[in-house]
Structure formats: structure tokens, C-alpha cells
Ligand binder design. Structure first.
Ligand SMILES: [Zn+2]
Length: 79
């Protein structure tokens, strides 16, 4: 999957934000924690060294045991 801009992320219903410092979290892309500012910091400024965004089309695709659902947006199978 080739994600270059924040707009690309918003095409998907879910996104995993991998973060070496704060842990890996699954969000709905509509979550207020999913921001262009944070995307640019992780993906462009830090070039993915400290974490990265991984958009997902389906909740069922998320099989990573290190990923925790966000407590704010509470992503579920329903979009
Ligand atoms: Zn969230």
C-alpha cells in the first residue's frame, strides 16, 4: 500500500497509527486523533522512523496483536 498524503489515508475507513513511543492504535479515520499535522510529522518530517500510518479498508484485516483500539473513537466492524 502506497500512502503519500493525508488525503490518501482519509479514503479508508480505518487507520492503524504505529508509534514507537505511544504504542500502536487503531482509529476510525474520522477520529480527532487522526490529523494531517501528525501524519506529516510521522511520515514526512520523521520519514516513518518513529511510526507510520497504515490505512485499512476492512476491520477484519487488522490481525496485529500489538494494535489496541482507540478509546476515543472506539472502532468496530461497522463503519
Ligand atoms: Zn481514535
Amino acid at each position: 500500500m502506497d500512502i503519500k498524503t493525508f488525503t490518501d489515508v482519509l479514503k479508508y475507513p480505518f487507520v492503524i497509527i504505529f508509534d514507537n513511543a505511544n504504542g500502536n492504535k487503531l482509529h476510525k479515520t474520522s477520529c480527532s486523533f487522526v490529523t494531517e499535522e501528525n501524519f506529516n510529522l510521522k511520515m514526512i518530517t520523521n520519514q516513518g522512523k518513529n511510526g507510520y500510518y497504515s490505512p485499512k479498508e476492512y476491520y477484519e484485516d487488522i490481525r496485529d496483536a500489538t494494535v489496541v483500539p482507540c478509546k476515543k473513537c472506539k472502532p468496530t466492524q461497522e463503519k
